[in-house]
Design a protein around this ligand. Structure first.
Ligand code: ADP
Ligand code: ADP
Ligand code: MG
Length: 674
């Protein structure tokens, strides 16, 4: 077995790998860029080596620096995680040359599977179902149109070197084929330095279902069932689950068999994933094979009990695979939510900055329910513009899909992050969506259900009452503490009852609060039926950012931020202010003038902290709706800011190369006449 493993990665996956290495009694070496000096993976590892400037191209992607770090520290093996050098054959070869083990697949598997055209041709030969369409490079727009017509519209135009959901375009008409072929090609050239393109049938309303495999390179290959990753935004995964609610035993078996056959055909060693796209009739087609540990591997670990990183390490050290296919059993259901530093209310633009508060739900297992949170951040740490914007992967496991979902909803409610924008409200909205609950999902789910982006969740009457009751209970507690401190009641617990008016967003209701030992009873007036009584038990104290307790014996978590005379509450994707008034205060409150927020429609504000790449307009220029105004780079992504209406540029206040803060004014428009 290895003595010391170097982890050629950062963030949550580096931390994840270090944990298993330590459990196995193996030493660990972290590598870090200048931006990651204080990162969690650095403090978790036994040793750490600086490998240069923040840009990955100068640090995490530099093969010679990683090899040198291995030699300097005496590491005898490298785990590459995912992304960065994980699917880089030259890296595996460079390590091999130095006698350092690569905790990943054989070079041939990386090479064949790293290229979508080559892997598709290979899969066809291995008798794996592939998406209709040719596995051949298309060189001209005319050829693209001809091939697309042969396949039948709609088609998917794909970059052979593509990854991370980039370099692919759907075309529904002849004209679109030509146009999008050119787009896909230039995006592929810019992103991957390789512009080879191929075309396949676009499978309509499909589901993405993938099979985890493990091979030892000594003839033994097994699969660990499937993961479904159909909840995607722009072809990138957002929520994953295992098993899939769509597969029957027969389809699961034949997908598993094809995945194993493919892995055997390339003499696969290590953990890998065979991705399939599945149509409405459960026909499945090979998409690609990822020759690495996947982001969403925890859901498989939770339903099978197998530590995939441990298996990868054992296999790389030369051990035979000890697990047998018939020992792999699926237990319960697991769901993973990817928590990203992005602002769901502003078309998911990346968000950077300091995690002023970071309080994830408590990990562990109780009553057959598990919470696991894989993360690489900590309170006070920074999310920089240089890397992947992932904050954490929140995973829940329960006996069935429903319990795993309920547990996820509660865990998201309890996950408190302050200081940067994050997608937790959006994840809550998906988890509470009726299509998710019924299992009626496809890769088009987010585009179909959130066509205008995420606008927040509107609370229904029952939730307004729940939030009103929680707000009133917090207000009551704060007031009674204040009274106790000032000696008004001599600090004694007194049973009493009071009338209040609670305002939650636009919702207003009168209620009675009654205090009994250990429990608060809240009943709403103006109520036809009597079911709307709330029995509240909580040990929340003012200042806690998350209110947790039980309401009518059901566990509830609500995030709390103080605002003037009230609270801002976040719960299940709802973001709302709540105020509790005495009846007299409530009458007066209705007379208060409403303060208009400042009008910023005449300005282009920078939506996230970033760097101005280019400005596409000039002062005095008239622009049309949708026209590009400027490009701002953040989190390695170029964000094109476009005109939201026809207007004339009055002034430009930023220039290329300038670093901007969020909401900084980039340009001003002339006031329109209409
Ligand atoms: P996985 O396939 O493991 O579920 P993803 O599909 O999210 O993970 O990402 C695939 C790989 O691409 C990962 O290794 C990830 O680090 C990388 N990646 C993610 N986002 C991007 C991006 N915008 N551009 C290039 N690569 C990316
Ligand atoms: P990447 O390397 O970026 O992960 P994939 O080939 O795995 O690329 O595709 C990513 C996603 O794009 C899939 O999960 C699916 O949602 C969508 N996709 C890819 N090919 C097709 C297709 N032929 N038909 C429909 N959707 C597709
Ligand atoms: Mg893929």
């Amino acid at each position: 077995m290895f003595k010391k493993i170097l982890i050629a990665n950062r963030g949550e996956i580096a931390c994840r790998i270090i944990r298993t290495a330590h459990d196995m009694g193996i030493g660990t070496v972290a590598v870090y860029s200048d931006a990651d000096r204080d990162a969690l993976h650095v403090s978790m590892a036994d040793e750490a080596v600086n490998i240069g400037p923040p840009a990955s191209a100068e640090s995490y992607l530099r093969i010679e620096k990683i090899v040198k770090a291995c030699k300097d520290t005496g590491a005898d093996a490298v785990h590459p995680g995912y992304g960065f050098l994980s699917e880089n054959a030259a890296f595996a070869k460079a390590l091999d040359k130095e006698g350092i083990a690569f905790i990943g697949p054989n070079v041939r598997a990386i090479e064949v599977m790293g290229d979508k055209i080559a892997s598709k041709a290979f899969a066809e030969k291995a008798k794996v179902n592939t998406v209709p369409g040719s596995a051949e490079e298309i060189e001209t727009a005319d050829d693209a149109v001809r091939v697309a017509m042969d396949i039948g519209l709609p088609v998917m135009i794909k970059a052979s070197a593509g990854g991370g959901g980039k370099g692919m375009r759907v075309a529904h008409s002849k004209d679109e084929v030509g146009e999008r072929f050119a787009l896909a090609r230039s995006e592929a050239r810019a992103s991957f330095g390789d512009d080879r393109i191929f075309i396949e049938k676009f499978i309509v309303q499909p589901r993405h279902i993938e099979i985890q495999v493990l091979g030892d390179g000594q003839g033994n290959v097994i699969h660990l069932a499937e993961r479904e990753c159909s909840i995607q935004r722009r072809n990138q995964k957002v929520i994953e689950e295992a098993p899939s609610s769509f597969l029957d035993a027969k389809t699961r078996k034949s997908m598993g068999e094809q995945a194993v056959a493919l892995a055997k055909a390339v003499e696969y060693r290590s953990a890998g994933t065979v991705e399939f796209i599945v149509d409405k009739d459960r026909n499945f087609y090979f998409l690609e094979m990822n020759t690495r540990l996947q982001v969403e591997h925890p859901v498989t670990e939770l339903i099978t009990g197998v530590d995939l990183v441990e298996q990868m390490i054992r296999i790389a050290s030369g051990e035979k695979l000890k697990l047998k296919q018939d020992e792999i059993k699926i237990t319960g259901w697991a769901i993973e939510s990817r928590i990203y530093a992005e602002d769901p209310y502003r078309s998911f633009l990346p968000s950077t900055g300091r995690l002023v508060r970071y309080q994830p739900p408590v990990e562990g297992s109780r009553h057959c329910l598990t919470i696991r949170n894989d993360t690489g951040v900590y309170e006070g740490g920074e999310i920089s513009i240089y890397y992947d914007p992932m904050i954490a992967k929140l995973v829940t496991h329960g006996p069935d899909r429903e319990s795993a979902t309920t547990h996820m909803i509660q865990a998201l409610d309890a996950f408190y992050i302050e200081g940067i924008g994050h997608n937790i409200p959006f994840l809550s909205a998906v988890m509470g969506h009726e299509r998710w609950l019924s299992g009626d999902i496809s890769t088009g789910f987010i585009a179909e259900e959130f066509p205008d982006g995420f606008l927040g969740v509107a609370p229904d009457e029952a939730t307004n009452r729940l939030l009103g009751a929680v707000a009133a209970s917090m207000d009551h507690l704060s007031n009674s503490r204040r009274r106790a401190i000032s000696g008004q009641m001599g600090g004694k617990q007194v049973n009493f009852s009071e009338n209040r008016v609670v305002v939650v967003g636009d919702y207003r209701a009168r209620m009675t609060i009654t205090r009994e030992p250990d429990v608060l009873l809240i009943t709403f007036a103006d109520n036809d039926d009597s079911v709307d009584g709330f029995e509240i038990i909580s040990d929340w104290v003012p200042g806690d950012p998350v209110w947790t307790g039980t309401v009518n014996s059901e566990p509830v978590a609500v995030q709390v931020n103080n605002v003037l005379n009230g609270y801002r509450l976040l719960h299940r994707g709802i973001d709302v202010e709540a105020h509790t008034y005495t009846e007299r205060e409530a009458e007066l409150q209705l007379l208060m003038p409403y303060k208009e927020p400042p009008d910023t429609s005449g300005q282009l504000l920078c939506p996230m902290p970033g760097l101005v790449v280019s400005i596409a307009v000039e002062t005095g220029q008239a622009v049309k709706t949708g026209q590009t105004l400027c490009v701002v780079e953040a989190m390695k992504m170029e964000n094109v800011l476009k005109a939201e209406r026809d207007c004339v540029i009055a002034a430009i206040l930023a220039e290329p190369g300038e670093k901007l803060a969020v909401d900084q004014i980039i340009m001003e428009f002339e006031k329109s006449i209409g």
